[in-house]
Structures are given as C-alpha cells and as structure tokens.
Design a protein around this ligand. Structure first.
Ligand code: HEC
Length: 148
C-alpha cells in the first residue's frame, strides 16, 4: 500500500516536471522564449567583443560561453505545441517539423558546448572560428522557422 502511494507520487512528480507550460498563458510563453532568445543573442554579441579583442576581460569568456550553452539547452522546450498564437515571429513550420527544429537547436547546443571546452582549455584563438559556426546555427534555424 505504502509502495503504491509512493509510486503515484513519483509518477505525478515526473508528469508535473515534464508538463511544460501547460498551465501558462500563451502570451507569457511567447514573451518568455523571446527573452531566452535575447539572452542568447547578448551572450553571443559579448563573445564577439571579447574574441575581437575589443574587451579585455579574459576571465569573462567562460561565463559568457556557459550562459550561451545553458540557454541553448532550453530553446527546444520553450516552443511548446500551441504557443503560436500571439505576438510571435515563430512560424507554424516549427510544430510541423519539431524533429528538425530540435536538430537545429541541438546544433547550437553542440557548438556552444565546444566553445565552453575550448575556453576551458585556454584555446581562445580558435574561438572566433567557432563563433562563426554558432552564428550559422542561428541563421539555419531563423531562415526556416522565424518570420522576416
Ligand atoms: C532552433 C531554432 C533557433 C536557434 C538555434 C536560434 N534561434 Fe533565435 N529565434 C528562433 C525563433 C523561432 C524566434 C522567434 C520567437 C518568437 O517570436 O516567438 C527567434 C527569435 C530570436 C530573436 C528575437 C527575440 C525577440 O525579442 O523577439 C533574437 C534576437 C534571436 N532569435 C537571436 C538568436 C541568436 C543570436 C541565435 C544563435 C546564437 C539564435 N537566435 C538561435 C529560433 C532559433
């Protein structure tokens, strides 16, 4: 008996933690994911300034890259089914091709993860090159899945 109550608790908590945004207002979900995109964009731009040598804060490369990598990991889940109503530039095509969309999000996770590793190893010279891959992964997704 005790066991089954525990099981129910376990199942509910798993369900609860994966029931992303189901209770949330669609407009808020849209605002929230646009914020995520803005944060991604700001980390990217800051890394460009650092790698171009225009900002000399060597210890800040890593937190910027980690921020980008962390945010990349929440992109896919930030586009739940049904969140295409409102002030959004997200195209319907996302939900018709969610597997491909997720693949494009994975590319950003991969490249930003490589960025973190490079910086951890102190190989900062290669960062500019990798930032081009990162930028390409943004474009690959926007081209197909973002309005304008
Ligand atoms: C997997 C797809 C995907 C990837 C990868 C991606 N984006 Fe986006 N991005 C979108 C979509 C879709 C929107 C539109 C979201 C909306 O309006 O609801 C968006 C919106 C944006 C916006 C506008 C946010 C706003 O204020 O409305 C910016 C800026 C942005 N992305 C920058 C980036 C940058 C920089 C990268 C790469 C470092 C990136 N994105 C990677 C899909 C992606």
């Amino acid at each position: 008996m005790k066991h089954s109550i525990l099981m129910i608790f376990f199942c509910c908590s798993v369900f609860y933690s994966s029931a992303s945004f189901s209770e949330d207002d669609s407009e808020d979900v849209i605002k929230y994911r646009q914020n995520t995109m803005k944060v991604i964009s700001m980390h990217y731009k800051s890394l460009k300034l650092l790698s171009a040598g225009r900002i000399t804060q060597p210890e800040q490369w890593l937190p910027q890259a980690q921020g980008l990598n962390n945010m990349a990991k929440i992109v896919s889940a930030s586009f739940p089914e049904g969140s295409d109503f409102g002030e959004t530039d997200a195209k319907e095509a996302i939900w018709e091709n969610k597997t491909d969309f997720n693949k494009k999000a994975d590319a950003l996770i991969k490249f930003s993860g490589q960025l973190v590793s490079l910086i951890e190893k102190g190989e900062q010279k290669q960062v500019s090159e990798l930032l081009r891959e990162v930028s390409q992964s943004c474009k690959d997704c926007h081209k197909r899945y973002r309005e304008k």
